[in-house]
Design a protein around this ligand. Structure first.
Ligand SMILES: [Zn+2]
Length: 279
């Protein structure tokens, strides 16, 4: 599943083909991809809109158009491709944007879990998902005090809390494992039990891991590639996720399931925290 670094790679890879292009019409072949508004309105409101800017927020792609904002979440397998207008369509291509350069910008998704939302610009910040997203990895407000306070109410494993987009936006399964490994925190540790010092390690490693992954274009794993011909290189830098031996102590990496998500950790570097007994 693409996480923040992969979504940024997608955004960058689309800029050259899309910025300044006008959308002439939109065809939707699988209606569930369009989460809001209704499909007819989605098609009508996108016609004649020009693509001005491409950004990300959390794991969402944010396309700024002349008067609207188009949000796209790729979920498991979503990706984009470009084809000359009228080229044969595969059964996995669910939405097609006809551009003013005789090209179709197509959304391809073998799992059909991806979602698109279209809002008027001025409504964006007050609505889902934007009003529910936590800080970005590089937001100065992401501090140990912020995490410590946010974690107090979460009597659940820290791994699960890192995946909760309302605290830090953009972290998924792979980077959560890497952040906890570098922070030397066992993934089952209850978030509410973490000290401010450990919150500080999470802040630093979140920034560090995501920044390095973004520089390398993200992680290419299994079938994920952000766009045709675009592959990240961070998979070569993974220390714990999907690995066999700990690079620091050579102990066998363990795989467990937390909240249904495959979770990798080093049993020696990430020991279970003993509860301090109050005297
Ligand atoms: Zn180790």
């Amino acid at each position: 599943m693409p996480e923040k670094p992969e979504v940024i790679t997608v955004a960058k890879s689309l800029e050259r083909s899309l910025i300044g292009r006008k959308i002439q019409k939109v065809e939707v072949y699988y209606e569930n991809i369009i989460a809001y508004p209704k499909v007819e309105a989605f098609q009508k409101e996108l016609a004649e809109e020009t693509i001005e800017q491409i950004d990300t927020r959390g794991k969402w792609l944010v396309f700024t158009l002349s008067s609207k904002i188009l949000l796209v979440h790729l979920r498991m397998e979503g990706k984009f491709l470009f084809r000359p207008i009228g080229s044969p369509r595969s059964k996995h291509e669910h939405v097609s944007f006809f551009l003013n350069n005789d090209m179709e910008w197509r959304y391809h998704d073998t799992r059909k879990f991806g979602r698109m939302i279209l809002y008027p610009k001025e409504e964006l910040l007050d609505k889902k998902p934007f009003n529910e997203l936590g800080y970005e990895y590089n937001d100065p407000n992401l501090t140990k005090e912020y995490l410590f306070t946010a974690f107090q109410k979460r009597h659940i494993p820290i791994k699960t809390v890192l995946l909760d987009q309302s605290i830090i936006a953009g972290i998924g399964n792979i980077y959560a494992d890497e952040i906890l490994f570098l922070s030397r925190i066992h993934p089952s540790t209850l978030a509410s039990s973490l000290s401010k010092q450990k919150c500080q390690r999470i802040v630093e490693n979140t920034k560090d891991v995501l920044m390095r992954a973004i520089q390398l274009g993200g992680t290419t794993i299994h079938s994920f590639s952000s766009q045709e011909g675009v592959h990240g290189k961070f998979q070569n830098e993974l220390l714990v996720h999907g690995q066999k031996k700990c690079p620091y102590c050579q102990t066998d990496i363990k795989k467990i399931y937390i909240g249904g998500r495959g979770t990798y950790y080093c049993p020696r570097c990430q020991r279970v925290q003993r509860k301090k007994v109050k005297a």
